[in-house]
Write a protein that binds this ligand. Sequence first.
Ligand SMILES: [Zn+2]
Length: 406
Amino acid sequence: MSRTGPVAGRGPTRERAGHLTPLLPLQDLNLAAAALLYDMVALQASERSAFGYKRAAKAVVGLPESVVDLVAGDRLRDVPFVGPSSTRIVRELVETGRSPTVERAIASSAKASDVAKRRVLRSNFLSEHAMRQVLSAELPPDIVSRAAFRGDFQMHSTWSDGAESLPLLIEGCAALGQTCLGITDHSHGLPIAKGMSMETVAAQQAEIDGLNAELAGRFRVFKGVEANIQADGSLDLTEDERRHFEFVVAAPHAKLRRTEDQTERMLAAVSASAIAILGHPRGRVFDTRGGVQCDWPRIFAVAAERGVAVELDGNWHRQDLDFTLAGQALDAGCLFALDSDAHSRRELRFTDYAIAHARLAGIPSERVINCWSDDRLAAWMAERQERTPVPPARSAKGARARRAAR
Ligand SMILES: [Zn+2]
Protein backbone atom coordinates (compact mmCIF):
# COMPACT_ATOMS: atom_id res chain seq x y z
CA MET A 1 0.00 0.00 0.00
CA SER A 2 1.34 3.43 -0.85
CA ARG A 3 1.59 5.79 2.07
CA THR A 4 -1.60 7.67 1.49
CA GLY A 5 -2.52 6.90 -2.10
CA PRO A 6 -4.99 4.42 -3.49
CA VAL A 7 -4.77 0.81 -2.48
CA ALA A 8 -3.63 -1.17 -5.46
CA GLY A 9 -3.91 -4.92 -5.39
CA ARG A 10 -3.41 -7.96 -7.49
CA GLY A 11 -6.53 -8.95 -9.42
CA PRO A 12 -7.54 -12.33 -10.85
CA THR A 13 -5.00 -13.73 -13.22
CA ARG A 14 -5.37 -16.22 -16.00
CA GLU A 15 -1.88 -17.64 -16.31
CA ARG A 16 -0.86 -18.28 -12.77
CA ALA A 17 2.70 -19.29 -13.53
CA GLY A 18 4.87 -17.09 -15.73
CA HIS A 19 3.48 -13.64 -16.42
CA LEU A 20 0.47 -12.80 -14.29
CA THR A 21 -2.06 -10.63 -16.07
CA PRO A 22 -4.52 -9.01 -13.68
CA LEU A 23 -8.05 -9.17 -15.05
CA LEU A 24 -9.28 -6.74 -12.46
CA PRO A 25 -7.04 -3.91 -11.29
CA LEU A 26 -8.27 -2.88 -7.87
CA GLN A 27 -8.35 0.78 -6.87
CA ASP A 28 -10.10 1.04 -3.54
CA LEU A 29 -10.06 4.76 -2.85
CA ASN A 30 -12.86 4.42 -0.29
CA LEU A 31 -10.70 2.14 1.83
CA ALA A 32 -7.69 4.41 1.32
CA ALA A 33 -9.80 7.38 2.46
CA ALA A 34 -11.09 5.50 5.50
CA ALA A 35 -7.53 4.40 6.31
CA LEU A 36 -6.42 8.04 6.43
CA LEU A 37 -9.26 8.79 8.83
CA TYR A 38 -8.15 5.82 10.96
CA ASP A 39 -4.65 7.37 10.97
CA MET A 40 -6.28 10.45 12.48
CA VAL A 41 -8.07 8.26 15.05
CA ALA A 42 -4.70 6.90 16.18
CA LEU A 43 -3.27 10.44 16.46
CA GLN A 44 -5.99 12.01 18.59
CA ALA A 45 -5.28 12.97 22.18
CA SER A 46 -8.89 12.72 23.32
CA GLU A 47 -11.42 9.90 23.05
CA ARG A 48 -13.96 12.44 21.87
CA SER A 49 -12.03 13.66 18.83
CA ALA A 50 -10.98 10.08 18.02
CA PHE A 51 -14.64 9.08 18.11
CA GLY A 52 -15.53 11.66 15.46
CA TYR A 53 -12.89 10.42 13.02
CA LYS A 54 -13.80 6.82 13.74
CA ARG A 55 -17.45 7.38 12.91
CA ALA A 56 -16.44 9.16 9.72
CA ALA A 57 -14.08 6.33 8.74
CA LYS A 58 -16.80 3.73 9.30
CA ALA A 59 -19.23 5.76 7.22
CA VAL A 60 -16.75 6.05 4.33
CA VAL A 61 -15.83 2.37 4.32
CA GLY A 62 -19.53 1.45 4.21
CA LEU A 63 -20.45 3.79 1.34
CA PRO A 64 -22.03 2.10 -1.66
CA GLU A 65 -20.68 4.88 -3.87
CA SER A 66 -17.13 5.93 -4.74
CA VAL A 67 -15.65 8.89 -2.85
CA VAL A 68 -14.46 10.11 -6.26
CA ASP A 69 -18.08 10.62 -7.39
CA LEU A 70 -19.07 12.12 -4.05
CA VAL A 71 -16.23 14.65 -4.20
CA ALA A 72 -16.94 15.45 -7.86
CA GLY A 73 -20.62 16.07 -7.05
CA ASP A 74 -19.76 17.97 -3.84
CA ARG A 75 -21.93 15.48 -1.96
CA LEU A 76 -19.47 14.26 0.65
CA ARG A 77 -20.93 16.73 3.16
CA ASP A 78 -24.28 14.90 2.89
CA VAL A 79 -22.78 11.67 4.24
CA PRO A 80 -23.82 11.28 7.89
CA PHE A 81 -20.92 11.53 10.39
CA VAL A 82 -18.45 12.91 7.82
CA GLY A 83 -17.64 16.36 9.21
CA PRO A 84 -15.57 19.23 7.72
CA SER A 85 -12.13 17.89 8.84
CA SER A 86 -12.83 14.43 7.45
CA THR A 87 -14.24 15.92 4.26
CA ARG A 88 -11.02 17.88 3.73
CA ILE A 89 -8.87 14.75 4.11
CA VAL A 90 -10.98 12.71 1.69
CA ARG A 91 -11.04 15.57 -0.80
CA GLU A 92 -7.24 15.89 -0.67
CA LEU A 93 -6.85 12.19 -1.33
CA VAL A 94 -9.23 12.18 -4.27
CA GLU A 95 -7.75 15.31 -5.82
CA THR A 96 -4.04 14.67 -5.25
CA GLY A 97 -3.58 11.03 -4.27
CA ARG A 98 -2.36 12.02 -0.77
CA SER A 99 -3.39 14.00 2.26
CA PRO A 100 -1.03 16.77 3.39
CA THR A 101 -3.34 17.27 6.40
CA VAL A 102 -2.73 13.73 7.63
CA GLU A 103 0.99 13.91 6.78
CA ARG A 104 1.37 17.10 8.84
CA ALA A 105 -0.53 15.55 11.74
CA ILE A 106 1.74 12.52 11.71
CA ALA A 107 4.92 14.62 11.44
CA SER A 108 3.99 16.67 14.50
CA SER A 109 2.88 13.71 16.60
CA ALA A 110 4.72 11.37 18.93
CA LYS A 111 2.49 8.54 17.70
CA ALA A 112 3.98 8.20 14.20
CA SER A 113 5.23 4.66 14.85
CA ASP A 114 1.79 3.60 16.10
CA VAL A 115 0.28 4.87 12.85
CA ALA A 116 2.84 2.94 10.80
CA LYS A 117 2.01 -0.27 12.72
CA ARG A 118 -1.71 0.17 12.25
CA ARG A 119 -1.38 0.76 8.52
CA VAL A 120 -0.05 -2.78 8.14
CA LEU A 121 -3.16 -4.02 9.96
CA ARG A 122 -5.43 -2.44 7.33
CA SER A 123 -3.95 -3.91 4.18
CA ASN A 124 -5.88 -6.02 1.70
CA PHE A 125 -9.29 -5.18 3.11
CA LEU A 126 -12.12 -4.16 0.78
CA SER A 127 -14.56 -1.32 1.24
CA GLU A 128 -18.26 -1.85 0.55
CA HIS A 129 -17.92 0.04 -2.73
CA ALA A 130 -14.91 -1.98 -3.93
CA MET A 131 -16.66 -5.21 -2.94
CA ARG A 132 -19.68 -4.26 -5.06
CA GLN A 133 -17.44 -3.34 -8.00
CA VAL A 134 -15.71 -6.71 -7.82
CA LEU A 135 -19.01 -8.62 -7.60
CA SER A 136 -20.42 -6.88 -10.66
CA ALA A 137 -17.22 -6.87 -12.74
CA GLU A 138 -17.21 -8.87 -15.98
CA LEU A 139 -15.07 -11.94 -15.32
CA PRO A 140 -14.83 -15.30 -17.07
CA PRO A 141 -17.94 -17.37 -16.20
CA ASP A 142 -16.00 -20.10 -14.42
CA ILE A 143 -14.85 -17.63 -11.74
CA VAL A 144 -16.96 -17.84 -8.57
CA SER A 145 -19.89 -15.42 -8.45
CA ARG A 146 -22.90 -14.64 -6.33
CA ALA A 147 -25.08 -16.50 -8.84
CA ALA A 148 -23.10 -19.72 -8.36
CA PHE A 149 -23.21 -19.47 -4.55
CA ARG A 150 -25.66 -21.91 -2.84
CA GLY A 151 -24.93 -21.76 0.85
CA ASP A 152 -22.85 -20.36 3.70
CA PHE A 153 -20.79 -22.67 5.95
CA GLN A 154 -19.92 -20.61 8.97
CA MET A 155 -22.54 -18.97 11.14
CA HIS A 156 -23.59 -18.87 14.78
CA SER A 157 -27.03 -19.11 16.37
CA THR A 158 -28.40 -18.79 19.89
CA TRP A 159 -27.08 -22.35 20.46
CA SER A 160 -23.75 -20.53 21.15
CA ASP A 161 -22.90 -16.81 20.85
CA GLY A 162 -25.22 -15.87 17.96
CA ALA A 163 -28.07 -13.40 18.45
CA GLU A 164 -30.77 -15.27 16.54
CA SER A 165 -32.32 -18.73 16.36
CA LEU A 166 -31.48 -21.29 13.71
CA PRO A 167 -34.92 -20.98 12.02
CA LEU A 168 -34.34 -17.22 11.65
CA LEU A 169 -30.89 -17.82 10.12
CA ILE A 170 -32.45 -20.26 7.64
CA GLU A 171 -34.99 -17.58 6.73
CA GLY A 172 -32.20 -15.08 6.23
CA CYS A 173 -30.19 -17.39 3.98
CA ALA A 174 -33.28 -18.32 1.96
CA ALA A 175 -34.04 -14.60 1.53
CA LEU A 176 -30.59 -14.26 -0.07
CA GLY A 177 -31.54 -16.99 -2.54
CA GLN A 178 -29.47 -19.69 -0.83
CA THR A 179 -30.65 -23.31 -0.57
CA CYS A 180 -28.41 -24.80 2.13
CA LEU A 181 -26.31 -23.72 5.09
CA GLY A 182 -23.82 -25.13 7.55
CA ILE A 183 -24.44 -24.16 11.17
CA THR A 184 -21.20 -23.87 13.14
CA ASP A 185 -21.88 -22.88 16.71
CA HIS A 186 -18.83 -22.84 18.98
CA SER A 187 -17.49 -25.95 20.68
CA HIS A 188 -17.15 -26.42 24.46
CA GLY A 189 -13.50 -25.32 24.54
CA LEU A 190 -14.52 -21.71 23.98
CA PRO A 191 -16.72 -20.79 26.99
CA ILE A 192 -16.25 -17.09 26.19
CA ALA A 193 -18.27 -17.72 23.00
CA LYS A 194 -20.83 -19.83 24.94
CA GLY A 195 -19.41 -23.01 23.40
CA MET A 196 -21.79 -25.97 23.40
CA SER A 197 -21.44 -29.00 25.67
CA MET A 198 -21.95 -32.30 23.83
CA GLU A 199 -25.41 -32.52 25.48
CA THR A 200 -26.28 -29.16 23.93
CA VAL A 201 -24.95 -30.44 20.59
CA ALA A 202 -27.34 -33.39 20.77
CA ALA A 203 -30.28 -31.04 21.41
CA GLN A 204 -29.22 -28.75 18.55
CA GLN A 205 -28.91 -31.69 16.18
CA ALA A 206 -32.41 -32.87 17.10
CA GLU A 207 -33.67 -29.40 16.14
CA ILE A 208 -31.75 -29.61 12.85
CA ASP A 209 -33.26 -33.03 12.04
CA GLY A 210 -36.73 -31.59 12.57
CA LEU A 211 -36.00 -28.55 10.42
CA ASN A 212 -34.47 -30.66 7.65
CA ALA A 213 -37.53 -32.89 7.63
CA GLU A 214 -39.83 -29.87 7.34
CA LEU A 215 -37.73 -28.23 4.65
CA ALA A 216 -36.84 -31.36 2.65
CA GLY A 217 -36.43 -30.62 -1.04
CA ARG A 218 -36.24 -26.87 -0.43
CA PHE A 219 -33.40 -26.27 2.00
CA ARG A 220 -30.82 -28.37 3.84
CA VAL A 221 -29.00 -27.59 7.07
CA PHE A 222 -25.64 -29.31 7.52
CA LYS A 223 -24.56 -30.04 11.08
CA GLY A 224 -21.28 -28.32 11.74
CA VAL A 225 -19.28 -26.92 14.62
CA GLU A 226 -16.51 -24.37 14.99
CA ALA A 227 -13.78 -26.11 16.98
CA ASN A 228 -11.02 -24.11 18.60
CA ILE A 229 -7.38 -24.54 17.58
CA GLN A 230 -5.48 -24.49 20.86
CA ALA A 231 -2.00 -23.06 21.43
CA ASP A 232 -0.29 -26.37 20.61
CA GLY A 233 -2.37 -26.93 17.47
CA SER A 234 -4.62 -29.59 19.01
CA LEU A 235 -8.38 -29.05 18.87
CA ASP A 236 -10.67 -28.57 21.86
CA LEU A 237 -12.89 -31.43 20.61
CA THR A 238 -11.65 -35.01 20.84
CA GLU A 239 -11.67 -37.09 17.69
CA ASP A 240 -14.78 -38.92 18.98
CA GLU A 241 -16.56 -35.64 19.60
CA ARG A 242 -15.67 -34.40 16.12
CA ARG A 243 -17.41 -37.45 14.64
CA HIS A 244 -20.76 -36.22 16.00
CA PHE A 245 -20.91 -33.57 13.29
CA GLU A 246 -21.24 -33.67 9.53
CA PHE A 247 -18.37 -31.21 9.27
CA VAL A 248 -15.91 -29.47 11.55
CA VAL A 249 -14.46 -25.99 11.06
CA ALA A 250 -11.18 -25.60 12.96
CA ALA A 251 -10.21 -21.99 13.70
CA PRO A 252 -7.72 -20.12 15.89
CA HIS A 253 -9.07 -17.74 18.59
CA ALA A 254 -6.00 -17.10 20.76
CA LYS A 255 -2.33 -16.11 20.41
CA LEU A 256 -3.25 -13.94 17.43
CA ARG A 257 -0.97 -11.01 18.26
CA ARG A 258 2.25 -13.02 18.47
CA THR A 259 5.10 -12.18 16.14
CA GLU A 260 6.77 -15.59 16.39
CA ASP A 261 6.21 -18.25 13.74
CA GLN A 262 3.24 -20.59 14.38
CA THR A 263 3.61 -22.90 11.40
CA GLU A 264 3.72 -26.02 13.60
CA ARG A 265 0.51 -25.06 15.37
CA MET A 266 -1.38 -24.55 12.12
CA LEU A 267 0.14 -27.65 10.49
CA ALA A 268 -1.11 -29.74 13.41
CA ALA A 269 -4.60 -28.24 13.04
CA VAL A 270 -4.89 -28.74 9.30
CA SER A 271 -3.57 -32.31 9.66
CA ALA A 272 -6.08 -33.25 12.39
CA SER A 273 -8.54 -36.02 11.57
CA ALA A 274 -12.18 -35.18 10.89
CA ILE A 275 -11.77 -31.55 9.98
CA ALA A 276 -13.30 -30.11 6.82
CA ILE A 277 -12.56 -26.38 6.90
CA LEU A 278 -9.72 -24.25 8.24
CA GLY A 279 -11.72 -21.24 9.45
CA HIS A 280 -10.48 -17.60 9.44
CA PRO A 281 -6.95 -19.03 9.13
CA ARG A 282 -5.02 -16.00 10.41
CA GLY A 283 -7.47 -14.65 12.94
CA ARG A 284 -6.60 -11.11 11.86
CA VAL A 285 -8.84 -8.14 12.75
CA PHE A 286 -8.89 -4.82 10.89
CA ASP A 287 -6.72 -2.13 12.51
CA THR A 288 -6.25 -4.34 15.58
CA ARG A 289 -4.17 -7.47 15.04
CA GLY A 290 -2.37 -9.25 12.23
CA GLY A 291 -3.15 -12.79 13.37
CA VAL A 292 -1.04 -15.92 13.12
CA GLN A 293 2.34 -15.63 11.40
CA CYS A 294 3.29 -18.77 9.54
CA ASP A 295 4.56 -20.38 6.38
CA TRP A 296 1.22 -20.34 4.58
CA PRO A 297 2.30 -22.20 1.42
CA ARG A 298 3.18 -25.18 3.68
CA ILE A 299 -0.23 -25.07 5.35
CA PHE A 300 -2.00 -24.74 1.98
CA ALA A 301 -0.06 -27.72 0.57
CA VAL A 302 -1.26 -29.96 3.42
CA ALA A 303 -4.84 -28.63 3.16
CA ALA A 304 -4.85 -29.33 -0.59
CA GLU A 305 -3.49 -32.83 -0.12
CA ARG A 306 -6.07 -33.66 2.58
CA GLY A 307 -9.07 -32.07 0.81
CA VAL A 308 -9.53 -29.57 3.67
CA ALA A 309 -11.10 -26.31 2.45
CA VAL A 310 -9.46 -23.05 3.48
CA GLU A 311 -11.92 -20.35 4.45
CA LEU A 312 -12.32 -16.85 3.15
CA ASP A 313 -14.17 -15.43 6.14
CA GLY A 314 -16.21 -12.50 4.89
CA ASN A 315 -16.88 -10.80 8.24
CA TRP A 316 -15.94 -7.22 7.38
CA HIS A 317 -13.41 -6.92 10.21
CA ARG A 318 -11.75 -10.23 9.30
CA GLN A 319 -11.67 -10.64 5.47
CA ASP A 320 -9.44 -13.63 6.23
CA LEU A 321 -7.94 -15.08 4.00
CA ASP A 322 -7.71 -12.03 1.76
CA PHE A 323 -7.25 -12.20 -2.01
CA THR A 324 -3.44 -12.30 -1.93
CA LEU A 325 -3.18 -15.34 0.35
CA ALA A 326 -6.22 -16.89 -1.38
CA GLY A 327 -4.26 -16.66 -4.65
CA GLN A 328 -1.43 -18.63 -3.02
CA ALA A 329 -3.91 -21.23 -1.76
CA LEU A 330 -5.36 -21.50 -5.26
CA ASP A 331 -1.89 -22.12 -6.66
CA ALA A 332 -1.39 -24.82 -4.00
CA GLY A 333 -4.53 -26.62 -5.26
CA CYS A 334 -6.79 -25.88 -2.26
CA LEU A 335 -10.55 -26.06 -1.99
CA PHE A 336 -12.28 -22.99 -0.54
CA ALA A 337 -15.17 -22.17 1.79
CA LEU A 338 -16.57 -18.62 1.43
CA ASP A 339 -18.47 -17.82 4.61
CA SER A 340 -20.12 -14.97 6.48
CA ASP A 341 -19.27 -15.98 10.07
CA ALA A 342 -22.60 -14.28 10.80
CA HIS A 343 -23.95 -13.96 14.34
CA SER A 344 -27.32 -12.62 13.08
CA ARG A 345 -29.27 -12.41 9.82
CA ARG A 346 -27.97 -8.91 9.23
CA GLU A 347 -24.42 -10.29 8.94
CA LEU A 348 -25.24 -13.02 6.43
CA ARG A 349 -24.43 -10.56 3.66
CA PHE A 350 -20.75 -10.74 4.65
CA THR A 351 -20.50 -13.68 2.24
CA ASP A 352 -20.34 -10.95 -0.44
CA TYR A 353 -16.92 -9.91 0.87
CA ALA A 354 -15.70 -13.51 0.78
CA ILE A 355 -16.96 -13.92 -2.79
CA ALA A 356 -15.29 -10.62 -3.79
CA HIS A 357 -11.91 -11.72 -2.39
CA ALA A 358 -12.27 -15.07 -4.16
CA ARG A 359 -13.03 -13.30 -7.45
CA LEU A 360 -9.98 -11.08 -7.01
CA ALA A 361 -7.91 -14.20 -6.48
CA GLY A 362 -9.40 -15.75 -9.64
CA ILE A 363 -10.92 -18.77 -7.87
CA PRO A 364 -13.25 -20.91 -10.03
CA SER A 365 -16.66 -22.05 -8.63
CA GLU A 366 -15.55 -25.64 -9.06
CA ARG A 367 -13.07 -25.20 -6.17
CA VAL A 368 -15.62 -23.53 -3.89
CA ILE A 369 -17.64 -25.91 -1.69
CA ASN A 370 -20.41 -23.30 -1.32
CA CYS A 371 -21.25 -23.84 -4.99
CA TRP A 372 -21.57 -27.63 -4.80
CA SER A 373 -24.78 -29.71 -4.76
CA ASP A 374 -26.05 -31.15 -1.45
CA ASP A 375 -24.96 -34.63 -2.54
CA ARG A 376 -21.45 -33.54 -3.45
CA LEU A 377 -21.18 -31.61 -0.18
CA ALA A 378 -22.38 -34.59 1.85
CA ALA A 379 -19.92 -36.88 0.07
CA TRP A 380 -17.01 -34.47 0.63
CA MET A 381 -17.93 -34.03 4.31
CA ALA A 382 -18.24 -37.79 4.80
CA GLU A 383 -14.83 -38.26 3.22
CA ARG A 384 -13.34 -35.77 5.72
CA GLN A 385 -15.01 -37.82 8.48
CA GLU A 386 -13.94 -41.08 6.80
CA ARG A 387 -17.47 -42.47 6.66
CA THR A 388 -20.34 -42.88 4.20
CA PRO A 389 -22.53 -39.83 3.48
CA VAL A 390 -25.70 -39.11 5.45
CA PRO A 391 -28.63 -39.14 3.00
CA PRO A 392 -30.87 -36.05 3.07
CA ALA A 393 -34.41 -36.42 4.42
CA ARG A 394 -36.59 -37.23 1.37
CA SER A 395 -39.75 -35.53 2.62
CA ALA A 396 -41.32 -34.34 5.84
CA LYS A 397 -43.70 -37.28 5.79
CA GLY A 398 -40.90 -39.78 5.12
CA ALA A 399 -38.75 -38.31 7.88
CA ARG A 400 -41.63 -38.50 10.37
CA ALA A 401 -42.18 -42.10 9.37
CA ARG A 402 -38.46 -42.87 9.77
CA ARG A 403 -38.42 -41.19 13.19
CA ALA A 404 -41.48 -43.15 14.25
CA ALA A 405 -39.88 -46.40 13.06
CA ARG A 406 -36.80 -45.89 15.25
ZN1 LIG B 1 -14.16 -18.10 14.97
